[in-house]
Design a protein around this ligand. Structure first.
Ligand code: ADP
Length: 275
């Protein structure tokens, strides 16, 4: 069994309709087969990334968003294992610092977009500026609402200048989120992840999901689409994200540049050595 990326795509111009999406969905995939499948996808990802770096003409920006404990860190760890670290950057966006607050909200984002030839992964992003900012009432509605338009236009500019953008929403259920928070309290190796604010965030699950619903609907575009990935099962989540990335990179079709090999010079050197 396999799934089509259309199952995950938030179709531009249509409501995201998150209530129709099930965070526990498996699309008929078999968990036992997932490791092999993931390895195959990983091999493809590594090859495509090598080409992207060699070509050095276009870049890929992967925006990862999701509620707390939706598995953003785990996704990065699994999906990008084996990828050359020199060709990738991960930027995590937390609450803006004073110096960042003194600028417009896209300033810190823009300076972190990947260079040509690179894959840039955003662990949280400018979308926090229409999500947490909305739910926690950090700015008035008039301010965050105008940002949907800024974001669409900003992303259009990036795409037209050679950055491919793919945006992934990790969709975790409230039950699974609570189970993961509980694990953070109970398992000593996970306690470092626990923040008391987690519980407050959990209480606001519905508000966050509603904010996501609107943000995804407003900003999934043909140029920079959103995908909603069911995130209650880690193995399915990793598989789906790998699929999306491999598919996106294939469409980018990065190519090795024309070789500039001077065969005659090499032959001359070899001949000189042999003398
Ligand atoms: P994570 O939860 O992703 O592992 P952190 O514990 O550092 O990482 O949490 C980052 C926090 O920063 C989140 O609570 C997130 O909502 C917040 N944050 C990110 N961007 C913004 C922003 N633009 N404005 C306010 N808060 C933000």
């Amino acid at each position: 069994m396999s799934f089509s990326l259309d199952d995950l795509l938030i179709t531009p111009g249509k409501p995201a309709d998150l209530k129709k999406r099930d965070p526990r969905e498996t699309f008929g995939f078999d968990k036992d087969k997932a490791p092999d499948e993931l390895e195959k996808l990983n091999t493809k990802l590594v090859d495509l990334q090598t080409r992207l770096a060699a070509e050095a003409g276009q870049s890929l920006l992967v925006v990862l968003q999701g509620l707390d404990a939706s598995g953003k860190d785990g996704t990065i760890r699994h999906v990008f294992s084996g990828v050359n670290p020199q060709g990738c950057s991960v930027t995590s966006f937390g609450a803006p610092e004073r110096s960042e607050l003194a600028q417009d909200y896209l300033w810190r984002i823009h300076r972190s977009v990947p260079r040509k030839g690179q894959i840039g992964i955003f662990n949280r992003s400018h979308y926090e500026d229409v999500l947490v900012v909305r739910v926690e009432s950090l700015r008035p509605e008039k301010v965050w609402r105008a940002r949907y338009r800024h974001i669409r236009e900003f992303e259009r500019m990036l795409v037209e200048e050679g950055t491919t953008i793919v945006k992934i929403f990790l969709d975790v259920s409230p039950e699974e989120q609570l189970a993961r928070f509980t694990e953070r309290v109970e398992v000593p190796e996970k306690q470092w992840k626990f923040r008391s604010a987690d519980l407050e965030v959990h209480k606001k699950y519905d508000e966050y999901r509603a904010a996501y619903e609107e943000a995804l609907t407003e900003t999934s575009t043909d140029l920079a689409p959103w995908y909603a990935v069911p995130a209650d099962r880690n193995w399915l989540r990793n598989l789906a994200v790998s699929h999306i990335l491999v598919d996106t990179l294939k469409k980018m079709d990065p190519k090795y540049p024309e070789p500039q090999v001077d065969a005659a010079a090499i032959a001359e050197l070899k001949a000189a050595k042999a003398d």
